[in-house]
Write a protein that binds this ligand. Structure first.
Ligand SMILES: Nc1ncnc2c1ncn2[C@@H]1O[C@H](COP(=O)(O)OP(=O)(O)O)[C@@H](O)[C@H]1O
Ligand SMILES: [Mg+2]
Length: 438
């Protein structure tokens, strides 16, 4: 039997916090269901100087090798400080409760679809040796690079977990993450292909433009539009929304992914300046920029959603706490049930960090993830392992788990997990008859 407790760590495009999700995975043998039990989740602040330097380095795009060299280790120490606080705040015992750390790090640069003269590539930073040395645990990082080398774009990396946790016999579902960038995973019912017909892509900006607009308007004294208060006071100026949605990203075919390179602070500042010149209030600017996010999500569903009724959408990421986004989507899809992802057993806030814990597990076990139907169908194990002092005990456990199995029977890699059972709060596995969502 396999039993690994993995601390998944992520800081997204927003750089609002370091997200930490401790998850226990158990599986009797490679052919039986994989159980996922989210144990603890918290968000820790990122060192302000590191955050500001990272944002500046990304914005300026002209750093020295020395600056990049130091940034990699500074991010490593910042993430490590987040882990240290998490252990104390959440009463987690490092030796007893954690087997491995799976860290997505901070995305510094990302070229999913190279233009002329560019190379497809990605740069996540957070030196894993810092984490491995400070905590003695084995660390898995850098999940996107292998995705790119398998012929895919490298993001979003959400679909495998969304599909496994949401697939339903008869209901067509979607999982909508609204982080800095927003991405959707469509999960058709099992009747309509289920796991094999699932796919995901970035719909466009999530909170990144809203946050940048609020920071600009408030001279850096506020970071985001808490609970959509400014947006709710303002009035949407539709011509700016319509004009923005003409950006070629929205009509580009899927698969597609984006980031700060396309939707960043400069864009938000330009929008605010233009709207102020038209006499619109700051609240109107935030309402309009918020509507850009909501309308681009609606637009993406209409253009690229499966040609099936969409029964339920589950929201996650920080933007799911902004009612101005969700209300507009509900108005456009009145027959669709809208809920937070929490109903699946994975909370809206913890979703991404939890999925990195899952990716870390699959790397250690040597399994690929389910490949979505719109990408190159080449299974690949994702991630890079940095051994910690407990490395051999993990290797022993994984070897015992695979004992007797001939990997060559299924090709170069083992088959991906196709049956995930997420433990709901307070539920114990024996008592779960049908642990999937009803
Ligand atoms: N209560 C809230 N009201 C409105 N927006 C929120 C709220 N909580 C979080 N957010 C938004 O969510 C963002 C963080 O979302 P997150 O999912 O962590 O994104 P990322 O993956 O890019 O880090 C914040 O920057 C903020 O814009
Ligand atoms: Mg975040």
């Amino acid at each position: 039997m396999l039993r690994l407790r993995i601390l998944g760590i992520n800081s997204g495009t927003s750089m609002d916090a370091i997200d930490l999700s401790l998850v226990e995975f158990t599986q009797d043998d490679p052919d039986s269901p994989l159980y996922m039990k989210p144990l603890k989740y918290a968000e820790m602040p990122m060192d302000l100087a590191v955050k500001q330097d990272t944002l500046r380095i990304i914005l300026e795009n002209k750093s020295s090798p020395q600056e990049m060299c130091e940034l990699n280790f500074r991010l490593g120490h910042t993430f490590a400080d987040g882990i240290a606080r998490f252990l104390v705040d959440q009463n987690v015992d490092l030796d007893r409760d954690i087997d491995a750390i799976a860290c997505h790090g901070q995305t510094i640069w990302f070229i999913p679809q190279p233009g002329p003269g560019e190379t497809k590539s990605t740069l996540q930073m957070c030196e894993p040796a810092v984490l491995a040395q400070r905590f003695g645990k084995t660390v898995v990082t850098d999940f996107r690079a292998a995705e790119q080398m398998a012929g895919r774009q490298g993001a979003p990396l959400a679909c495998f977990q969304d599909a496994l946790s949401l697939v339903h016999p008869t209901l067509n579902r979607a999982s909508q993450n609204i982080g800095g960038i927003a991405n959707v995973a469509f999960v058709p019912s099992e009747r309509d292909g289920g796991l094999d017909q699932s796919y995901d892509f970035d719909t466009g900006p999530g909170n990144v433009l809203i946050d940048a607009a609020v920071r600009f308007i408030a001279n850096g004294e506020r970071e985001y539009d808490k609970d959509g208060e400014m947006g709710a006071r303002g009035t949407v100026y539709q011509p700016v929304v319509d004009e923005f949605l003409k950006d070629p990203y929205f009509s580009a075919p899927i698969p597609k992914t984006t980031g700060r390179e396309l939707f960043g602070d400069a864009t938000a500042r330009r929008l605010v300046t233009e709207m102020r010149a038209k006499g619109l209030s700051d609240d109107d600017c935030v309402a309009t920029i918020t509507r850009i996010t909501a309308a681009s999500i609606v637009d993406a569903y209409k253009r690229y959603g499966p040609r099936l009724p969409l029964h339920e959408v589950y929201f996650c990421g920080g933007g799911s706490f902004n009612p101005n986004i969700l209300e507009h989507i509900q108005e456009c899809f009145p027959d669709t049930k809208i809920a937070l992802l929490d109903a699946s057993g994975i909370t809206a806030a913890s979703k991404e960090a939890t999925s990195f814990a899952f990716m870390g597990l699959e790397c250690l076990v040597g399994r690929p993830l389910i490949v979505t139907k719109i990408e190159v169908q080449e299974p690949t194990v994702l991630g890079k392992i940095t051994p910690g002092r407990n490395y051999l005990s993990i290797v022993e456990q994984v070897a015992a788990f695979h004992k007797g199995r001939k990997t060559q029977d299924s090709g170069p890699w083992l088959p991906a997990v196709r049956d995930l059972r997420v433990w709901k709060n307070q539920t114990r596995p024996k008592e779960l008859e049908d642990p999937r969502l009803k």
